[in-house]
Design a binder for this molecule. Structure first.
Ligand SMILES: Nc1nc2c(ncn2[C@@H]2O[C@H](COP(=O)(O)OP(=O)(O)OP(=O)(O)O)[C@@H](O)[C@H]2O)c(=O)[nH]1
Length: 300
């Protein structure tokens, strides 16, 4: 039998746990009468390259060329601008104010042209000459078992970023990190039978050319660059005939991390909407506790 409680009111409970009566309050409560510290002007020595907010979680709508063609997902936003040496600070509330304005206007739809509008409007709202946005999100795509054709969902980590500069226009870039299978060429070469294989993570960062207007979906194109050069793809649903095919495909296409970054780089080199790129591959080695890594950068 539990002890019978003589339950105090909620107010009394709060006092019991340390809440006190409000003290004397003398500072203004009207916005107009409050000091505006962040807008004070003085020689603060240095201009600041980026000030703003990061780690903002917000729902977005992602249109895609492939299925699922429209998906709602949770993105992490980073939004910044520069400030001059004579400005104390930025107006932080205006970043989230603008995000909310987009939500209320029907939802934040992740297209390059929307990010162009967003950064330009953000610069105006902040009364700055520039603004940058970076949106990171899990992007989902369907994959079929090669024999059964059974469908399931995979996901990759995607990032879309835009910077607006008054008088100069926009620069835009993207990043996709996806998983593939890689089978070790050395292991295949030296062993009487079998070869070790692992899950590899391919990271592709690309700077878009000025003329790119998302005629082709960058997400699906970058994914294709990684998967089509890997030993095999990763599949959510595999029956035995599928598994046999995936295993044999990997054996027929062995890849070192070095092979992966060079082959993916060759595909990115051929994409006319890509101006510059960085490719990284990280294999979670199945015969070691450590990873194998390789990376390369190229500007066309
Ligand atoms: N500049 C600056 N602001 C901060 C910092 N930390 C918190 N804040 C924010 O200051 C914000 C309030 O400042 P403002 O956005 O300038 O608010 P305001 O001046 O009433 O808004 P406006 O009418 O748009 O100018 C709050 O959203 C806080 O989050 C910081 O390190 N620097």
């Amino acid at each position: 039998m539990e002890r019978k409680l003589n339950m105090p009111s909620k107010e009394e409970r709060h006092k019991l746990f340390g809440s006190v009566e409000p003290g004397l309050k003398v500072k203004p409560t009207e916005k107009e009468q409050m000091p505006d510290l962040q807008n004070s002007k003085k020689d603060f020595l240095f201009s600041i390259n980026a000030v703003g907010i990061s780690n903002v979680k917000h729902p977005i709508i992602v249109p895609s060329e492939s299925n699922p063609k429209e998906q709602t997902t949770i993105a992490t936003f980073k939004m910044t601008s520069t400030i001059d040496y004579d400005a104390k600070g930025t107006n932080m509330s205006r970043f989230t104010e603008q995000l909310e304005a987009y939500r209320q206007a029907g939802g934040f739809v992740l297209t390059l042209s929307n990010l162009y509008d967003f950064t330009k409007e953000l610069a105006t709202r902040l009364k700055q000459k520039d603004a940058s946005i970076e949106v990171s999100f899990p992007w989902f795509y369907e994959r079929k078992g090669p024999s059964s054709q059974l469908i399931g969902l995979n996901h990759a980590e995607a990032v879309l970023a835009v910077t607006y500069k008054e008088g100069k226009g926009f620069t835009s870039s993207a990043k996709l990190v996806c998983a593939v299978t890689t089978l070790c060429p050395c292991s295949k070469e030296i062993s009487e039978y079998s070869a070790h294989n692992q899950r590899g993570y391919v990271s592709m960062e690309v700077t878009f050319t000025d003329s790119y207007k998302e005629e082709t979906d960058w997400k699906a194109t970058l994914l294709e660059a990684a998967e089509s050069n890997a030993s095999a793809m990763i599949h959510p649903v595999l029956k035995r005939p599928d598994e046999k095919m995936v295993t044999e495909t990997a054996y027929e296409n062995p890849r070192f991390v070095e092979d992966m970054v060079r082959l993916v780089a060759a595909d990115l080199y051929e994409l006319n909407f890509v101006q510059a790129f960085k490719v990284e591959c990280r294999n979670e080695e199945s015969i070691h506790l450590h990873d194998a890594i390789a990376s390369l950068s190229y500007e066309k």
